[in-house]
Design a protein around this ligand. Structure first.
Ligand code: UN1
Length: 501
């Protein structure tokens, strides 16, 4: 067992304990007796310090040329690359997912660094003709100010990077409040930002619980923008508070993503996609496949294939290279998934495989849940409507392509979606008719790349998209600029018209 790491807040370039001195612990979800880190339980006092530092640093950071700001972010990418394996190992211990996936998580941060850094030399605005002679018109992007980033535990490196990197390139200063399950990952990430030489106060880290540190940040009058990824319940609070206090707010919340398998699909390919989409990250992705919509003609055969493959999946610690599926992140999540199994049984779904907490032998000290397939699910059951966030997939049978799309759209969420078919006409009809921010054709619902917009419709989000160039729209304000070089007053809409016009 390794000695627990001592994590601190990072405020104005200093590593600090919480003002009140309280601490909390994170543990290994595959072996909860192993403490991974201790970290500060911050309160409004710590948040006040961080916001003051970020506000002060903003005065000069916004004037640093964007290409120079981007060079710091590029350096963060280089350092992440150097520390990739160490971060992946730590993440598997603290969050639980297998090493192949934690390496992918760090890689997503690296991709984001190099992609965002390129934006430092773009950040394009527009020029457009003025309606008046001798007048020039253009738009420029300006930073928003102090940004609070509230991030989840399922992608402890990638998601803070998605938010912090474009925010910094755009000229904002940042306060990160990471999830309380993954404080060590967040601390290591901020150590890397610090090592890249960012001036004090430009990036700050405040640990703690959502109801205390998170709430204080969202309510703070000197925070200009909140970017939140997490549950729909917390997102509703964040959105309402930001509405009341006139903050910019970007929300990324739940999903109830479906993969459709049509009768003409390549079933082996669809199977690979379903297993990866449903059980990757133990189903703890907002993009996870939690519904499989199967055409009647292949339902029986595909279900048998799925059963067979699921029965071979190995549960274990993420740090063990033989593990396919790691634990759930904590006891609450385990309880939540278990409760959904009770709900599924009460509603009349059939548990085809799995369905239970796994706590025998080597799994006894972890939060493991068996990979689970629910059959005979109808589109309106709670297990077909609510986000479970665990290794549970619901099978829904349909008789036509039109029904498949209707069932897929029959949810309050709209993040990711997938259709397996070899019919090009159906593929394009699906792209047109699916209500989701992301649609995959012949690929699983998980696996978004950093240079495309990421986010969803309906209750998944509030109209913003992270990643891609759309991240710039979250972290900048547009300014329209008119330069009149005529030397006299020119009245738009008036002086270019005659009386009659
Ligand atoms: C998330 O689940 O919150 O597309 C993010 C994917 C990953 C990101 C998931 N690249 O599954």
């Amino acid at each position: 067992m390794t000695t627990p790491l001592t994590c601190r807040n990072y405020i104005d370039g200093q590593w600090l304990s919480a003002v009140g001195g309280s601490t909390l612990e994170s543990s290994n979800p595959a072996c909860f007796t192993e403490i991974v880190a201790t970290f500060p339980r911050s309160t409004a006092d710590d948040v006040n310090l961080a916001v003051a530092a970020a506000r002060q640093a903003y005065r000069s950071w916004r004037k640093v040329p964007a290409p120079a700001r981007a060079e710091y972010v590029f350096r963060v990418g280089e350092l992440l690359l150097q520390h990739k394996e160490e971060l992946a190992q730590l993440m598997s211990r603290e969050m639980g997912k297998p090493l192949t996936e934690t390496r992918g998580d760090v890689q997503e941060g690296i991709d984001c660094a190099f992609y965002s850094a390129g934006e430092g030399r773009r950040l394009f605005g527009q020029t457009t003709p003025s309606e008046m002679p001798n007048k020039f018109a253009m738009t420029v992007r300006t930073p928003v100010g102090v940004c609070a980033l509230i991030t989840p535990w399922n992608f402890p490196i990638a998601i803070p990077c998605w938010k912090a990197m474009p925010a910094l390139v755009c000229g904002n200063t940042v306060i990160l409040k990471p999830a309380e399950d993954t404080p060590a990952c967040a601390t290591k990430l901020i150590e890397i930002f610090a090592a890249a030489g960012l001036p004090p106060g430009v990036i700050n880290l405040v640990h703690g619980v959502g109801e205390e540190a998170g709430k204080a940040l969202v309510e703070h009058p000197d925070v200009d923008l909140v970017s939140f990824t997490g549950s729909s319940e917390t997102g509703a609070f964040v959105g309402a508070t930001c509405g009341r206090t006139h903050k910019r707010v970007c929300l990324e919340m739940g999903g109830k993503n479906a993969q459709v398998v049509m009768e003409d699909a390549d079933l082996e390919l669809a199977l690979d996609g379903a297993i990866w989409g449903a059980f990757g990250t133990t189903g703890q992705r907002c993009t996870a496949t939690s519904r499989l919509i199967l055409h009647h003609d292949i339902k029986e055969k595909f279900t048998a294939m799925l059963y067979e493959r699921t029965s071979k999946l190995r549960l274990g610690a993420g740090t063990d290279p033989n593990t396919d599926i790691g634990p759930l992140v904590n006891a609450n999540q385990l309880q939540r998934v278990n409760n959904y199994l009770d709900i599924a049984r009460e509603e009349g779904a059939k548990v085809l495989i799995g369905g239970k907490i796994a706590n025998e032998g080597a799994l006894k000290n972890g939060y493991f849940f068996q990979p689970t397939i629910l059959d005979n699910v109808t589109p309106d059951m709670r297990v077909a409507q609510e986000e479970i966030f665990g290794p549970v997939v619901a099978l829904i049978e349909v008789n036509s392509f039109e029904d498949a799309i209707a069932v897929l759209n029959n949810t309050n969420y709209g993040l990711s979606s997938s259709v397996y078919t070899r019919d090009i006409n159906r593929a394009f009809a699906a792209i047109r008719d699916i209500e989701a921010g992301i649609t995959y054709i012949n690929g699983p619902t998980i696996g978004a790349e950093v240079h495309l917009p990421f986010g969803g419709v309906k209750n998944t989000g509030n109209g913003h998209r992270e990643a891609g160039t759309t991240a710039l729209d979250v972290f900048t304000e547009w300014k329209s600029v008119y330069v009149d070089f005529s030397g006299h007053l020119q009245r738009a809409q008036i002086d270019n018209r005659t009386e009659q016009q």
